[in-house]
Design a binder for this molecule. Sequence first.
Ligand code: ATP
Length: 315
Amino acid sequence: MKSKILEILENKGNYVSGEEISKEIGISRAAVWKHVKKLRELGYEIDSKTNEGYKLIRSPDRPVEFELERMLDTKIIGKKILFFEEVDSTNNKAKQIALEENDGTVVVSEMQTSGRGRRGREWHSPKGGVYVSFILKPNIPPEKAPQLTLVSSLALVESLNAMNNGLNAKIKWPNDVLIRGKKVSGILTELSADMEKINYIVVGVGVNLNTDQNNLPETGTSLKLEMKKDVSVNLFLKSFLEKYDSVYQKYLDGDINQIIKLWKDNSDTLGKNVKIIGINETYEGLAKDIDENGALILQVDNKEIKVYSGDVSLR
Ligand code: ATP
């Protein structure tokens, strides 16, 4: 009901009488009033004038369940979305429920109190950003799980560039998305599996959406800083989840080669001289390619080495 009322108010763009709304959706005027009250509590600014009715002045910039439900057009991803104002980490929340959830369930939070990067590093997760975890259950052997990092970074980079082509967002192997060389997002893929079988994969994506520079490391940026305007979190989530849905379906259809090709087209790493810092060793060389499981192929002198994403940093 709430989303129907919003739709009417949005389409009209002006005052709509309670009677008109009540007729259009078949509820009493008192019920319309109750829903409007609820919408106001959720942060929608709705003006009301005697004899004229209701007018939507402003929508809140918060991820809103029924807004996304009505906007989202996907087959697998986000058929169920769980919303939180604050969590320790969306990946933790997702892992707690993953066994019972279907493929494609999504956890969204407006803030994380202990957001993580790889190898236990911190991911700053203040308000203004958006933190999303995907519960995935593809039927693949565990060693292929890193492919989901490719799927996720490709979906994110494509949705950012579709929102604004001038952003020129690029993927830094293995798990970051950059704009002008600065991190706008980090991806953390976690796996639960037996020897041969995956129980679930949880992919967490932290995005600096409307985050201010003083809430970010110097090496980070946000969409707001890059676009010089606020970004609607619901529109961003719609664009990202729909793109994720289409890339993930392609993946499930076995089209990993196409995904890798597109990933390479959006890579900030390939063709560059890079330094790989591992736990015990450091390599410097040319980032030549990635293999079908997402490992980086590095040319060091006249040798090729394969680097796995698990425990290295790339500079
Ligand atoms: P590196 O880029 O140093 O190789 P990484 O890919 O190994 O990092 P991640 O696990 O992706 O690291 O992310 C953690 C790092 O990202 C932190 O150490 C910090 O430098 C940086 N960082 C943390 N939070 C944010 C944020 N919100 N925006 C941008 N960068 C961040």
